[in-house]
Design a protein. Structure first.
Length: 373
């Protein structure tokens, strides 16, 4: 017997079980179709984007620009005194170096004490003899002049006595210039300078005309740059020179070439090029300091690019210019090189972006993307 059942709460789906399952499958099928369509659209978009963009190379670029480039010769040398401004301090008479106040390389002021010279006894005797000869000649002349008035002497005798007096006075004057009348004498510096050579020592006995020391003017220095023979042949006085200290990079100045020697230095096997140092810069330098010199042979205004932008193969020199995101190969000829850049001629204009990094990977027409260093 069938009994009736009461239901409470939510409504109950009284459709047959098979019908209920069929409806769920249809919903799942519609959802899957929508997902497949979306995936296909995404995949197609990616493929289209890839086909549009294509492969590209990451590069760095720089602008071609008009610059002044120089053809230069680099050389090294040492600071030396100007040979035209070196004084030889010689001792005028024989004697003894009683005191020495300076050393080799010392900087002295004008009128500063250099050394004390004690006159040799023999030199002082020479002065005394010269003085006595003058006294005798003067007395003999007076005597003959008196005899001439009495007609006891001739005019020739008086003239000879006059000549003897003049000769004696000349010898005495020479001894006075030598300072033989002085027991000792202090030799002083004639100008401010540097003692570049010292040939005597305290207590040393010296002969007349002995060179005691060499004194170079402090504000008159030069640099002897050693250059190769083939470079020396292209140089002439007046060329611009930039000098800088090897050990003090902040010390540099501009000057001009004064002279190029016509022989090879036997010590360095190079040709010496004489470069004067401006007076304003001499006080910061020391004798024998090593200097670096850059001599400008030629300069001109040219279109220049970084040296790394220029490549070379069997066809010659070339570079890549970036236009509208593509690298275009351009054949060029090169010229002056200076400070990491090189002059170029070809289908390149000022302001063009040339590839400096990554150009080895490029071919003509390849797409590029710029990377900033």
């Amino acid at each position: 017997m069938w009994k009736s059942h009461r239901t409470t709460g939510a409504a109950v789906d009284r459709r047959p079980l098979g019908l209920r399952h069929s409806h769920g499958f249809q919903a799942l099928h519609r959802k899957a179709r929508r997902l497949s369509l979306a995936s296909a659209l995404l995949l197609a978009g990616a493929v289209c984007a890839a086909a549009t963009d294509g492969p590209s190379v990451q590069v760095q670029v720089a602008k071609a620009e008009i610059r002044t480039l120089r053809q230069t010769v680099t050389a090294f040398g040492r600071v030396q005194p100007d040979p035209d401004q070196v004084a030889s301090i010689a001792l005028p008479r024989a004697g003894l170096v009683g005191h020495l106040w300076v050393r080799l390389g010392q900087l002295v002021k004008a009128d500063q004490k250099l050394l004390e010279l004690d006159t040799a006894p023999a030199a002082r005797v020479e002065y005394q003899q010269a003085k006595a000869a003058v006294d005798y000649a003067r007395s003999d002349l007076r005597r003959l002049q008196e005899l001439l008035t009495k007609q006891l002497a001739t005019r020739d005798q008086v003239a000879s006595a006059q000549k003897a007096l003049e000769d004696a006075e000349a010898r005495l004057q020479a001894q006075s210039k030598l300072g033989t009348q002085l027991k000792e004498e202090v030799i002083r510096a004639p100008f401010a300078g540097i003692v570049t050579e010292l040939s005597v020592a305290q207590g040393q006995r010296v002969q007349a005309d002995t060179t005691a020391l060499l004194l170079a003017r402090r504000d008159a220095l030069v640099v002897l740059l050693g250059v190769e023979q083939e470079d020396a042949a292209r140089m002439q006085p007046g060329l611009p020179v930039r000098l800088s200290s090897v050990f003090r990079s902040d010390l540099q100045f501009e000057t001009r070439l004064a002279d190029v020697h016509a022989m090879v230095n036997p010590k360095t096997r190079l040709v010496d090029a004489l470069v004067p140092i401006p007076k304003a810069s001499t006080e910061n330098l020391v004798i024998d300091e090593t200097m670096h010199g850059v001599i400008t042979l030629h300069k001109e205004r040219v279109l220049a690019v970084p040296r790394s932008a220029v490549l070379r193969d069997s066809s010659g020199d070339y570079l890549f210019v970036v236009r509208a995101g593509q690298a275009h190969r351009v054949a060029v000829s090169t010229g002056l090189q200076d400070d990491g850049v090189v002059a170029v001629q070809g289908a390149v204009a000022p302001g063009d972006a040339v590839v400096t990094v990554g150009n080895y990977e490029l071919s003509d027409g390849m797409a590029v993307r710029e990377a900033h260093p």
